[in-house]
Design a protein around this ligand. Sequence first.
Ligand code: SF4
Length: 81
Amino acid sequence: MHIVVHKTKCQGHARCWAQAPNIFKLDDEGYVLPGDINVAQEDELLASRAVRSCPESALEIDRTSAARFEPADMQPSAGEA
Ligand code: SF4
């Protein structure tokens, strides 16, 4: 997963950091640091929650560069069980 940081929208609420301090880094004033963030697969759920927690929509999940994963894709095909 890849997270796009819209630095100009950030208002320094630090909610992203509160959810996932290992993923989101803040400056001395509590604003998220600029630059896109690559998230390890095992941290994707946590990162998604953090993105949703941002009241300014300053964080955006970009899945275009990675394989898209949808729970519906996990349905077993015929013959599997
Ligand atoms: S939650 Fe949103 S507004 Fe607050 S620091 Fe993080 S990116 Fe910025």
